[in-house]
Design a protein around this ligand. Structure first.
Ligand code: C2E
Ligand code: MG
Ligand code: MG
Ligand code: MG
Length: 284
């Protein structure tokens, strides 16, 4: 990676660090106009199976005119509070679907694009219809879309959650539980949820460095997922040791800095290489 890319990543502006209410207010008024001014951008982080890119997770960035690149943790909670998240969320959906459809049209063989859905987005009126519209608008086939939903969305209203997932499945859309293991969903419910994948939270992956017990926990999650016939994705894989352990435990899909950071669209294309050719093996 170029020095600039590294710099972009580490010199993120964090209003939460500043903990300054004037600052928050300033950002808030900018947030209202950001969508119309075209300041949002999707970055793409590769997901890897056996050294090949099988898809990407779309991750939102705000190119602020004076503050530079702002990460989602610094403005998504604000957007949720102020009711901007639905507009932003729809933009994310349509843009991710469209940009991924372009990748497929250019001849790349990929399985899915993963898109994060916040709790309030999930519980908005006409959520399923909005997703459906985004697919129609972009011309992407539904099975390519994987929605990432957290356990908190699942537990907020279990019957509604299950109904909505069933509706999404009827359309052919895939569902992954994001940050799995950090929330409060019970194992009792897990078998009742119509899911396609679990993403093991990165804290579990990092804890594996601390010893066998932690490795066993990850192994247990992987076994449970396979018993429930779910795909497993390991998040936040940063070292060869973690990758090796995950492979031994039977986890076949990984995502993390070891393979690639979230990248602007053009750089994601560069990572894919020429269509038809195998992308360079991504082993860090
Ligand atoms: P997430 O969905 O769990 O996304 C993974 C986060 O982990 C991303 O942070 C990614 O850059 C980071 N990450 C990936 N691999 C590694 C690694 O190896 N090491 C480390 N240290 N970090 C890694 P990011 O992009 O800052 O996003 C943070 C969160 O913001 C996301 O967590 C997601 O919950 C939310 N988010 C991002 N984009 C959207 C969006 O379009 N809509 C909504 N509703 N939420 C979003
Ligand atoms: Mg995610
Ligand atoms: Mg996650
Ligand atoms: Mg997260």
């Amino acid at each position: 990676y170029s020095a600039k890319k590294q710099r972009n990543h580490y010199e993120f502006f964090r209003p939460s660090d500043a903990a300054d209410s004037a600052e928050r207010l300033f950002l808030e008024s900018d947030l209202t106009a950001a969508l119309g001014r075209g300041e949002f951008e999707l970055y793409y982080q590769p997901q890897i199976r056996h050294g090949s890119i099988i898809g990407f997770e779309a991750l939102l960035r705000w190119n602020h005119p004076t503050r530079g690149l702002i990460p989602p943790a610094s403005f998504i909670p604000l957007a949720e509070q102020r009711g901007h998240i639905l507009g932003i969320g729809n933009w994310v959906l349509v843009t991710a679907c469209r940009q991924f459809r372009d990748m497929l049209e250019q001849g790349h063989t990929l399985e899915h694009i993963a898109v994060n859905i916040s709790v309030s987005q999930f519980y908005q009126l006409h959520f399923v219809r909005n997703i459906h519209n985004a697919l129609i608008e972009s011309g992407l086939e539904p099975h390519y879309l994987q929605l990432e939903i957290t356990e908190s969305a699942a537990m907020k209203n279990v019957p509604y959650f299950i109904d909505t997932l069933n509706e999404l499945h009827k359309l052919g859309i895939k569902i992954a539980i994001d940050d799995f293991g950090t929330g409060y969903s019970s194992f009792n419910y897990l078998s009742q949820f119509p899911l396609d994948a679990l993403k093991i939270d990165r804290s579990f992956i990092w804890n594996m460095d601390k010893g066998d017990k932690h490795v066993s926990v990850v192994g247990g999650i992987i076994l449970m997922a396979s018993a429930l016939q779910l795909d497993v994705v390991a998040e936040g894989v940063e070292t060869q040791e973690q990758a090796q352990l995950l492979e031994e435990l039977g986890c076949t899909v990984a995502q993390g800095y070891l393979y690639g950071r979230p990248l602007p669209l053009r750089e994601a294309y560069a990572l894919l290489g020429e269509p038809g050719q195998h992308a360079a093996a991504l082993t860090g």
